[in-house]
Structures are given as structure tokens and as C-alpha cells.
Write a protein that binds this ligand. Structure first.
Ligand code: NAD
Length: 372
């Protein structure tokens, strides 16, 4: 049923897309200028109603192509809160035991998994086997073996697997990628990515190896790694890495506090990256080529992203990342649209293979060659 709120949301999102459509680097945006979207809407159930799930739900209020219609949670009081807030019918509410039944629910198209990292593998596989498209938060899994299985199961079930790489739709990021593709930096020779914050509560799941699968590298270092790949525009061929730990009580065995890693690319570029749970205000990218540079700070936070290149300030519109992400993901799923930077399971798997190699390099102290 079309409510006034739905209509206003669609108009709001259209206005946003109108701004975006003026960008050559966002030429992929698809909502028709001046017209409310009337195509198929991606009906999403969010699994994991925590901090980030809440942020995504709020951002989805402004989506035109995607709509929050269901929830999956282990906490009944959260379910009733969300039902009230987002007008979610009882028949679209599930818990972690019974959500396989979503296979009998024709009113849900996709499940967005926003739970602690260690749960992604099993939950994505169950969602796929229930015949639903899956959007999974980063890191997609704990390691490449899990990630490969998730990609295979989703392929077999004929459902899409997408990873919540919100920066892949961010206009200023896309402008730097457009400039790189157009050769405006010349030959790219260096990338620096620094991502970190001070992790607070020592009891949180992020500092629990069993739930997080590691430490800062899994959670925040992945932005520097993923950024190195989309900024340089090549896949790395080797990695070296070192870990520094100053507080072994808080950051227990297997939970990395600070990781430095270096990547080598086939064209000769190198990347120098830093991931930390013990350094605040660490959110900076720098890309250098023979003819120019880009620097972004903040580079991956919720925004506004700020930056400049050798041509001057980046001035592309400031957007709510998750709103644009969810509208674009709806386009990928229903309209077979191709994003400028991939967000599919194979993209998530590439990061997991390199993270595996980073942990191997830390352990052995040796350079690890990356194959395939
Ligand atoms: P959170 O702790 O705020 O929320 C996690 C949710 O999972 C909670 O609602 C919790 O109740 C639920 N949960 C289910 N089973 C659980 C279990 N066994 N143990 C603990 N919690 C359990 O965490 P978050 O910050 O929302 O992170 C969730 C996921 O989202 C993580 O994979 C994280 O990396 C990702 N994330 C992504 C971004 C982004 O910008 N893309 C930002 C933050 C978090």
C-alpha cells in the first residue's frame, strides 16, 4: 500500500538521485530525474538489530528502490520496537532458530546479515538455502575457505550475494576512481591507507576471537585493504605484514591490536597500510601517480568524506552511504546493473584471501605471494 510517507521518501530519494545524476562518475545511478521510482522494490529483512543494523534501517527510510519489511533477531523486545518503528507485520518477524521458514514468505526478497563476523558464514548459507538474496556485512566471513563456500552455495541456490561495501557507491570515492581510470594521475605508484580507532569496552564481541575472527584487521583494516585494491585498480601479488601489541590483556591471543601491511601490485605500485584498535582519528587515504595525487580524510567513515586531488577539492554531493548503497544494490539485484566497483561475494572473497595472507605473513615474518 502506498502511504504518504512512502511517497515523500520516494520524492526525497529522487531529489538525491537528481543531485547524483549530475556526476559523470555516478553515471550508474538509475532513478529517473524528476519522477518517483515506480519499478520493483527490494523488500529487505535485517538480521541483527544492533548498532549498524539500526543505522542501515534509518538510512533505508530514504531509499526509493529498497524497503525494510522484516526483521530477524534473538531479542523479542527489539522485534516489537522495530515493528512499531518501521511498521513491520508480525508475519515478517523471525528469530535465529526459525528464520529458515522465510522460504515460505513471498513478501521478503533479501536478507541483510548484520551480525558479528563469525555468524555470517552460517547465516548467509541458511538465507541462500531459503531462496533469498543475501547482503552480508564486512568482513564477509572469517577466512577464504568460509567465503568460498558462501559464494558456491549462493551460486547453486541462484541467489545474489552482495557485501556491504558502502564506499563503493560514495560519490567522492567514485570520482577518484574515475580520474584514475581516465589516466589523470598518470602511472599510479603508491597508495597509503590508514584506518583505526580506539576500541572501548574489552568485553565487546569485536575483541572476542571466536566472534570476530581476529582484531582490528577484520573490522577496520579491511577498509584500507579494500581501498588499496579499488584505488590502485589492480589485484596485489604479494603481501608483507607486522603486528604490534601494547596491551595483551585487552587484545588477547588472536585479536590483533595494530597491524601494518604492505602490498605489491603487478604494475609496480606499492601500498603501505595501517589498521589499529588503539589509534583514534585514523581514517586517511593517499594515492600518488606520476602526474597527480588524491588524498581523502575522512576516507571511509560515515561521512562527510572529504578530499582533494592535484586539481583541487572534491566537491561531489555528500550522501548517506547506506541509502545509496541499498538503492544501488536493488538495481544490481533486479535490473542486473553493474557497479563501478564490484560488491559481490567474489569481491568479498578477494579481501578474505588477502587477510588470510596478512595473518600468515605476520606469523612467519615472510613475504607471502598471492596467487589467482
Ligand atoms: P553490534 O554489536 O552493534 O550488533 C550486533 C548484533 O548482532 C546485535 O543486535 C546482537 O544482539 C546480534 N547478535 C546475534 N547473535 C549474537 C551473538 N552470538 N553475539 C553477539 N551479538 C549477537 O555490532 P555492529 O556494529 O552492528 O556490527 C555487526 C556487523 O556489521 C559486523 O560484521 C561489523 O563488521 C559490521 N559493520 C559494518 C559497518 C559498515 O560501515 N559497513 C559498520 C559497523 C559494523
Amino acid at each position: 500500500m502506498n502511504t504518504r510517507r512512502d511517497f515523500l521518501q520516494k520524492i526525497g530519494a529522487s531529489a538525491l538521485m537528481l543531485q547524483l545524476s549530475s556526476l559523470t562518475s555516478f553515471a550508474n545511478s538509475s532513478v529517473q530525474i524528476g519522477h518517483p521510482y515506480t519499478g520493483r522494490v527490494l523488500r529487505v529483512a535485517i538480521m541483527g538489530l544492533g548498532g549498524y543494523g539500526t543505522r542501515v534501517a534509518e538510512a533505508m527510510n530514504a531509499c526509493s528502490k529498497a524497503k525494510l519489511v522484516g526483521v530477524i533477531s534473538g531479542t523479542p523486545s527489539k522485534i516489537t520496537d522495530w515493528q512499531r518503528k518501521y511498521n513491520i507485520p508480525e508475519k515478517n518477524c523471525y528469530n535465529y532458530d526459525n528464520f529458515d521458514q522465510v522460504k515460505n514468505n513471498p513478501d521478503i526478497d533479501a536478507i541483510y546479515v548484520i551480525t558479528p563476523n563469525a555468524l555470517h558464514h552460517g547465516q548467509v548459507i541458511r538465507a541462500a538455502k531459503a531462496g533469498k538474496h543475501v547482503i552480508c556485512e564486512k568482513p564477509m566471513a572469517l577466512n577464504a575457505e568460509e567465503g568460498q563456500e558462501m559464494v558456491d552455495v549462493c551460486e547453486k541456490a541462484n541467489v545474489k550475494l552482495l557485501v556491504g561495501y558502502r564506499m563503493h557507491f560514495e560519490p567522492r570515492t567514485l570520482e577518484v576512481v574515475r580520474m584514475r581510470n581516465a589516466g589523470e594521475f598518470g602511472k599510479v605508484m603508491f597508495f597509503q591507507g590508514q584506518c583505526g580507532f580506539k576500541a572501548g569496552d574489552p568485553k565487546q564481541w569485536r575483541l572476542n576471537k571466536a566472534l570476530a575472527g581476529g582484531g582490528s584487521m577484520m573490522d577496520i583494516g579491511i577498509y584500507a585493504l579494500n581501498g588499496a585494491r579499488y584505488m590502485v585498480g589492480e589485484e596485489p601479488i604479494w603481501v608483507t605484514a607486522q603486528e604490534t601489541k601494547t596491551d595483551s590483556e585487552k587484545f588477547k591471543e588472536g585479536v590483533d591490536e595494530t597491524v601494518q601491511f604492505q602490498l605489491g601490485f603487478p604494475g609496480g605500485a606499492v601500498a603501505s597500510c595501517l589498521s589499529s584498535y588503539n589509534i583514534n582519528h585514523l581514517d586517511r587515504f593517499f594515492l600518488s601517480g606520476d602526474n597527480g595525487f588524491a588524498e581523502m580524510q575522512p576516507s571511509t567513515g560515515y561521512g562527510p568524506i572529504k578530499g582533494r586531488t592535484h586539481h583541487g577539492e572534491l566537491v561531489q554531493p555528500i550522501v548517506t552511504h547506506q541509502t545509496v548503497q541499498m538503492d544501488e544494490m536493488a538495481g544490481i539485484i533486479f535490473e542486473k546493473r553493474t557497479p563501478v566497483i564490484p560488491v559481490d561475494g567474489k569481491e568479498g572473497l578477494k579481501d578474505l584471501k588477502i587477510i588470510d595472507a596478512i595473518y600468515r605473513a605476520i606469523k612467519t615474518g615472510e613475504k607471502v605471494m598471492l596467487t589467482d
